[in-house]
Design a protein around this ligand. Structure first.
Ligand code: 5RP
Length: 227
C-alpha cells in the first residue's frame, strides 16, 4: 500500500469509528490536509446523519460545503464532540507536530474545544522524538524578524514559508534543526514569544486516539502509552 492508500484507509477507519456516534446533537470538528480530505469524502457518504461540523480552515469549509455538509462557526457551537485531523508527526504519547498545511491555529482551537481528538495518519508520521519535521509557527507579520531572532536564540533555524498567508492573515515560520526533548515545555515557551500566534506542537492537548495506517493495509489504533 502506498501513502495515499494508507491515508484513505485511516480516513475509512475514522469514519467507521464515528458513524455510530452521529446524531442530532453531535458536532464534529474537521481538520485540514490531504488525510483530512480523504476523511471528508468518506464522511460525506453519511451526510444525512451529520448535524453540524466546524471547519479548521477555509479549504476544509469549502470541501465540506461542496458535499452539502452543514458547517457552522465555532462561536455557534455549544460543544464539539469529536475532532478528526491528520498530523505531520506523532510520538507514542500522541503529541503531534501539525501545521504543514498552514492551518495550525484554527486546528489547535478546534482540537482544544473538542471532547475527543482522533488523529489519522500513515505510519511515516510516527516518530520516537518530535522535531525532524520543521516546526511551523504562525506569526503576526510585523513580528517576523523579532520572532526569528528569538528562535535563533533558542537554538532553532527559522525559515519563512514563501508566498504563504494563513487564513488569519499571518505568516508561517518553519523552525528547522530544533531539538524538542520536552514538548510541553517547548510548546509553552514558544507561545510566550510576543508575535507568535500559535506553534504547531500539539503537546499540552495531544490526540486521544491515533488511527495509523501501515503498508500492509492494516490500520492500528493507538492510545497514549503510559510512561
Ligand atoms: C495542516 C496539518 C495537516 O494535518 C498535516 O500537515 C498533515 O497533512 P497531510 O494529511 O496532507 O499529510 O496540520 O495544517
Amino acid at each position: 500500500m502506498n501513502q495515499q492508500m494508507m491515508k484513505q484507509a485511516v480516513a475509512n477507519a475514522a469514519t467507521e469509528f464515528l458513524v455510530p456516534h452521529l446524531g442530532e446533537n453531535v458536532t464534529i470538528g474537521i481538520g485540514t490536509g490531504s488525510t483530512a480530505n480523504f476523511f471528508i469524502d468518506a464522511l460525506a457518504e453519511h451526510k444525512n446523519k451529520i448535524a453540524a461540523t466546524v471547519a479548521s480552515s477555509i479549504a476544509t469549509e469549502e470541501r465540506l460545503r461542496a458535499h452539502e455538509i452543514t458547517v457552522i462557526d465555532l462561536n455557534e457551537a455549544t460543544h464539539i464532540d469529536f475532532y478528526i485531523d491528520g498530523a505531520d508527526e506523532a510520538n507514542h504519547q500522541l503529541q503531534l507536530i501539525k501545521g504543514g498545511g498552514g492551518a495550525l491555529t484554527r486546528e489547535k482551537i478546534v482540537a482544544s474545544a473538542a471532547k475527543e481528538f482522533v488523529c489519522i495518519a500513515d505510519e511515516s508520521k510516527l516518530v520516537d522524538q518530535l522535531g525532524a519535521f520543521p516546526l511551523p509557527i504562525e506569526v503576526i507579520p510585523m513580528a517576523a524578524r523579532y520572532v526569528s531572532r528569538e528562535i535563533v536564540e533558542l537554538g532553532g533555524k527559522p525559515i519563512l514559508r514563501a508566498n504563504v498567508m494563513t487564513d488569519n492573515g499571518n505568516i508561517i515560520l518553519d523552525i528547522n534543526d530544533f531539538t524538542i526533548s520536552n514538548p510541553n515545555e517547548t510548546e509553552t515557551m514558544l507561545n510566550m514569544i510576543p508575535g507568535v500566534v500559535t506553534n504547531g506542537l500539539f503537546s499540552l492537548r495531544p490526540a486521544d486516539k491515533l488511527f495509523l495506517g501501515s503498508a500492509s493495509g492494516r490500520v492500528k489504533e493507538l492510545r497514549i502509552k503510559s510512561e
